[in-house]
Design a binder for this molecule. Structure first.
Ligand code: CUA
Length: 357
């Protein structure tokens, strides 16, 4: 059929004779509902069978897992409904080959629109209230809480027990004791997350965010940064150990002893280069055999070759001054000169000089 003939035959037909949504299909809506219910049940079964999270290790995990299940049960049918209607429409109402005509004008369906606004509105409101009640429950202050300050920086976590005056790289918690984490960052946004505890909170510059957790299962779990924070984001992983209360106490006293006088003689307050290397985040990006660091974001600091103290000092405070071949500028934070005191910087430079292989 030529273009002209088709135009003529379209004109001859006049306006569409009947609504093509119903033509040749007795109960399209009933059939879609049938398919939708069957697909929803299958979808809900699959989502509930999937293990979304690892074995829980915090007393509040059960409530959070239930909340997730309820959210899944509510959202799967909506997803299935939308997809069923979309796929059905694409298959059933697609244009015949060569059909260049406009579709019939449709002015909407008030009843349908009221339904599809009201039902989701009620669902979302109910879920929001349920979520809020659960969150309020999780954030309630507990008796006998221990505060642990968590500090994120590119690309490491530091933990600080203010009641014990202990600062460490490893998080150790007594089992069944409520913990309040106060989370901060020294640079960009990070996110403090222990999947087994379920709760997660961003570390936001200028803010202290809080989460409350009561670990209830002894074990060794990963502390993960869950916010893309730079090139070393994937390496920003440490460990939390949940231990019996007595073991926690002996660990704390060990830490106090180590921080107290055992640093290797001298004035006691003199900063140790090795400690600074880990606590200030160098080990988050660099390899250094002497410190057991293996990160690969920046160059290996044990293989600097023939360098002097001035070169190392400049590389720390002004990392863009001389970028090692094969590495990009602006990756290393440029504010170590402000963060480190003169003594700390001296100690770090001396330590790196001594650690050359
Ligand atoms: Cu810190 Cu990602």
């Amino acid at each position: 059929m030529s273009e002209r003939e088709r135009v003529q035959s379209d004109e001859a037909k006049g306006p569409p004779a009947e609504d093509p949504r119903i033509a040749g299909e007795k109960h399209p809506v009933a059939r879609m509902i049938g398919i939708g219910i069957a697909a929803s049940l299958v979808g809900i079964a699959i989502t509930l069978l999937i293990d979304w999270f690892p074995e829980p290790a915090a007393s509040s995990a059960g409530k959070i897992d239930t909340l997730y299940d309820v959210l899944l049960i509510c959202s799967v049918p909506i997803f299935v409904l939308v997809m069923t209607v979309a796929i059905y429409s694409v298959v059933r109402f697609r244009a015949k080959p060569g059909d260049m005509g406009d579709g019939p004008p449709i002015h909407g369906n008030t009843r349908l629109e009221v339904i599809w606004v009201t039902i989701p509105f009620i669902m979302v409101t109910a879920l929001a209230i349920y979520g809020w009640i659960t969150l309020d429950d999780l954030e309630a202050k507990q008796k006998n809480e221990m505060v642990v300050n968590v500090t994120g920086q590119q690309f490491t976590w530091t933990f600080d027990y203010p009641s014990e005056k202990v600062q460490t790289k490893e998080l150790v918690l007594p089992v069944n004791r409520p913990i309040e984490f106060k989370i901060k960052t020294k640079d960009v946004i990070h996110s403090f997350w222990v999947p087994q505890f379920r709760l997660k909170s961003d570390a936001v510059p200028g803010l202290t965010t809080r989460i409350r957790v009561t670990p209830d299962r002894e074990g060794h779990y990963e502390v993960v940064c869950a916010e893309l924070c730079g090139l070393g984001h994937a390496t920003m992983r440490q460990f939390v150990r949940v231990v019996p209360a007595a073991e926690f106490q002996s660990w704390i006293s060990q830490q106090k002893k180590a921080a107290g006088g055992g640093g290797g003689g001298g004035g006691g307050a003199a900063p140790s280069g090795e400690q600074l290397f880990t606590s200030d985040g160098c080990s988050g990006c660099h390899t250094l055999k002497a410190a057991g660091a293996t990160a690969k974001v920046g160059p290996d600091l044990g293989k600097l070759g023939d360098v002097d103290a001035d070169f190392i000092r400049t590389s720390i405070v002004d990392p863009n001054a001389d970028v090692t071949k094969g590495y990009e500028p602006n990756i290393m934070p440029q504010d170590f000169g402000d963060k480190l005191s003169k003594e700390e910087l001296d100690a770090l430079v001396k330590y790196l000089l001594e650690s050359q292989e």
